[in-house]
Design a protein around this ligand. Structure first.
Ligand SMILES: Cc1cc2nc3c(=O)[nH]c(=O)nc-3n(C[C@H](O)[C@H](O)[C@H](O)COP(=O)(O)OP(=O)(O)OC[C@H]3O[C@@H](n4cnc5c(N)ncnc54)[C@H](O)[C@@H]3O)c2cc1C
Length: 198
């Protein structure tokens, strides 16, 4: 009776040892595919294959993509339109952005530096951003940063300095504190409570 018990005990101990050594040699993978979303979750937990992550890894670090833009008229028109877009963007950017929103704005400017359709302008802009990295902690900070950067470009092109205290008045597009809403009524008119910008 005792020897049967001893044999079983020894067998179980050996079995446990074998199992433990197997687990040490081949630890179980914590990676799995989420059955609900189909997303891959790797060893380190959630590893979203979000565009932001991919952008952070590679695309932001590259060089200028576009060729030289010889036509001075096209260059000036492109510049005016781009500045308008960028200033309007920073003036509508959240007052208290989330980390994701901050990363999005920073990525936008860094990618713009690579993709700006005037290659020689993009080269200069990229150098400018290296010395003056995008500031994204709030709407005010971002819009004043961009105004400063635009003034640096103005200086290089021998254009007058812009008074950054007049940003709101210059870009009067409803960029102040209008309620942010993407919803419109069926006829395309702004939804109730949404103020149309000037
Ligand atoms: C990223 C970038 C890089 C560029 N690099 C070059 C380059 O290397 N060489 C080149 O020839 N052109 C370049 N340009 C174009 C150039 O900056 C001008 O857009 C273009 O020369 C037209 O100038 P503009 O006098 O009409 O005024 P813009 O500089 O286009 O400004 C448009 C309007 O914005 C307002 N404004 C001016 N300064 C500011 C400011 N600091 N903050 C807010 N609003 C302001 C004024 O009302 C102005 O009329 C670049 C443009 C961009 C967007």
């Amino acid at each position: 009776m005792a020897s049967r018990f001893l044999r079983s005990f020894v067998f179980i101990v050996i079995l446990l040892l074998v199992l433990c050594s197997f687990l040490v040699i081949n630890p179980p993978s914590r990676a799995y595919v989420d059955p609900l979303t189909g997303e891959y979750r790797g060893e380190g937990g959630f590893e979203p294959s979000s565009p932001a992550n991919e952008v952070e890894k590679g695309a932001l670090a590259g060089g200028v993509i576009m060729p030289k833009l010889g036509n001075e008229t096209a260059k000036a028109e492109l510049g005016r339109a781009t500045w308008r877009l960028m200033h309007t963007m920073t003036l509508r950017y959240p007052e208290s952005p989330t980390p994701d929103e901050r990363a999005a704005l920073k990525s936008y400017f860094l990618l713009q530096a690579r993709l700006y359709p005037c290659g020689e302008c993009a080269e200069e802009f990229m150098q400018l951003l290296k010395k003056n990295p995008p500031q994204t902690s709030s709407r005010k900070v971002a819009s004043l940063w961009l105004c400063h950067v635009h003034n640096l470009v103005n200086e290089r092109l021998h254009k007058p300095e812009f008074d950054c205290m007049t940003l709101d008045a210059t870009y009067d597009c409803g960029c102040g504190d209008d309620p942010v809403s993407s919803s419109t009524s069926g006829d395309g008119a702004p939804a109730p409570g949404m103020i149309k910008g000037g």
